[in-house]
Design a protein around this ligand. Structure first.
Ligand code: SF4
Length: 548
């Protein structure tokens, strides 16, 4: 909390701290949260007891007590706050906490649960109630475990509070647990990336376990039909036009909604999408990203501050590995796909240019290296396209951005636009500001950080999609038309190309550093998290994705 911590520590956070100090920091200081099956089961189990019942009777109340549930108490003396599931009273007052899982076999409480019930006992006692013990009820094993509120309990609670506050005052999260059996079931495992951090900081030499799914369960939704409207209907996203339903998708299955051109979205749909963590992106018909909306932005203020500092400092250290990786990936793509082989001197130049990135001292120097590499790369890119007419058109013009002069340039620009909106979404999910970049100058309307982070992925995702789509015959010369602003996809061509891009995003690669297989889509998120960890000083260097 950096000397600015809230006064009162929630009893639940003491539970998290005892379970894992890093989990506590991520949740309380960085305000990170992610549900998983265990947290969902806990929420479900707490539905009935989470509603406050009658007020807690006075400590000197005579006679029997009614059932008292969801009792909120705070005490500045202990510096604690908390909600007690149930308070019983007979000769003494007993805090009762419900747990979804099983009790330990040794008859004691789990250490994290013990600290939490001790904190609740302290809150009740400070409010004037006579407390000698607390009670934990483990639903899965139907077991009740008593925890004594005695001198030892008071001492342990004081120590836990002091240690938690110390941890919260740190500038960055404590390191992850090492090879811990706790991590696979931790709801923040996808945010924490424990084994990956331990490998990158040399705390462990073991290959990371893949603790997150290979590919997210949710998928982007694209709405390209002009005049369509996006609404919600009973937990489903409903896309309609002139009263006819075009598509209906479960909200749970949606990761982002992309609205192209003249498409409307209802306020109800926006609210429900935000509640599910799915941003809505508005794009022009030609794929240019106009803007986006999301629910509450990330509460991780420390990360935002660190990003701003890196942006002001120029961020060259972060941009170098991204550009070096891009050049290496361009070289690999040429080597893998060129029908007659790229001259050895050109491949050597690309390798040398990628090495030069590591020593670039200024932004313009780095951009100069990148420009030289791009010229070599795009000089050969047309040769990778099998259709001679299409390749010839590209070779005649070379890489042109605005306006795209031929089908390959139009497809490349469209692919970069698709990648940009996906990297923007990855940045938003991690709490990074997509506009505050390192290499690309901050300009109005330009998501500079997303452009930086996509560099290493351009050959891997965007340019690979273009090659495959042409060479597999998914798109061809008939998929494009000439407009006043250059060559553009036809509606059918655009649809086919988006399908091709989405297939590429679902494909898996063996992560070059972590060794496990994950989808390109998931890799974008992992790289955004690594970037965030470097920005807050948890990791020293950014490690880019380079394929062989
Ligand atoms: S994944 Fe493991 S190290 Fe990371 S917060 Fe959770 S329990 Fe702690």
């Amino acid at each position: 909390m950096n000397g600015d911590e809230p006064e009162l520590l929630p009893a639940r956070m003491l539970n998290e701290f005892t379970f894992c100090p890093r989990l506590f920091y991520l949740e309380w200081v960085s305000a990170e949260w992610a549900p998983n099956d265990d947290t969902a089961a806990g929420d479900f189990d707490h539905r009935a007891i989470a509603k406050p019942s009658v007020p807690l009777p006075d400590p000197d109340h005579d006679g029997p007590w009614p059932a008292v549930r969801a009792v909120a108490l705070s005490d500045p003396g202990w510096g604690l706050t908390g909600i007690i599931d149930r308070v019983d009273h007979d000769d003494e007052t007993v805090p009762v906490d419900y747990k979804t899982g099983s009790a330990p076999r040794n008859g004691h409480a789990w250490p994290a649960d013990r600290i939490q019930i001790l904190a609740q006992a302290a809150l009740l006692e400070s409010a004037g109630y006579p407390v000698n013990h607390g009670e934990l009820y483990y639903r899965k094993s139907h077991r009740r475990v008593d925890v004594a509120w005695d001198d030892e309990g008071r001492r342990d609670l004081r120590t836990a509070i002091a240690n938690a506050r110390n941890t919260a005052a740190g500038l960055r999260p404590p390191p992850p647990l090492e090879d811990s059996p706790k991590c696979p079931r931790c709801s923040l495992v996808g945010i924490c990336l424990p084994d990956e951090h331990n490998l990158l900081t040399a705390r462990s030499a073991r290959s990371p376990r893949r603790l997150v799914p290979r590919d997210p369960d949710q998928r982007p939704v694209y709405v390209l039909e002009q005049g369509a409207s996006v609404g919600v209907d009973g937990g489903r996203l409903s896309i309609t036009r002139q009263g006819e339903e075009l598509e209906s998708i479960r909200l749970l299955d949606v990761s982002q909604v992309n609205l192209y051109g003249n498409v409307q979205v209802t306020t109800q749909a926006l609210r429900q999408l935000w509640a599910h963590g799915a941003p809505v992106l508005w794009l022009s018909r030609t794929g240019w990203l106009d803007g986006w909306s999301q629910g509450q932005p990330s509460k991780n203020v420390d990360l935002r501050r660190a990003q701003l500092s890196a942006h002001i400092a120029g961020g060259l250290g972060l941009a170098r590995p991204m550009i070096a990786a891009k050049i290496r990936n361009q070289r690999t793509l040429l080597m893998r796909n060129h029908p007659s082989g790229v001259p050895a001197s050109e491949l050597t130049s690309l390798r040398e240019l990628s090495h030069q990135c590591e020593n670039a001292q200024r932004r313009d120097e780095l951009m100069g290296i990148e420009g030289t590499a791009a010229r070599i790369y795009f000089d050969h890119f047309g040769s990778l396209i099998r259709d001679e007419e299409i390749a010839g058109l590209f070779d005649r013009h070379g890489r042109t951005r605005r306006p795209p002069t031929d089908p390959v340039n139009a497809a490349l620009s469209y692919a970069y636009a698709l990648l940009t909106k996906d990297v923007v979404t990855a940045c938003l999910g991690v709490g990074l500001d997509p506009y505050l970049g390192m290499l690309h100058a901050a300009r109005f309307g330009r998501p500079s950080l997303a452009l930086d982070l996509q560099e290493e992925f351009r050959p891997l995702i965007a340019e690979s999609t273009v090659l495959r789509a042409f060479n597999n015959g998914e798109i061809g010369i008939g998929s494009f038309r000439q407009t006043s602003s250059g060559t553009a996809f036809t509606d059918t061509g655009r649809r086919k190309f988006i399908e091709s891009y989405e297939r590429r995003m679902e494909e898996e690669l063996r992560h070059p550093v972590f060794g496990y297989r994950i989808s390109y889509r998931r890799t974008l998120e992992v790289q955004a998290r690594i970037l965030a960890a470097v920005l807050i000083g948890e990791l020293e260097d950014y490690t880019a994705v380079v394929t062989r």
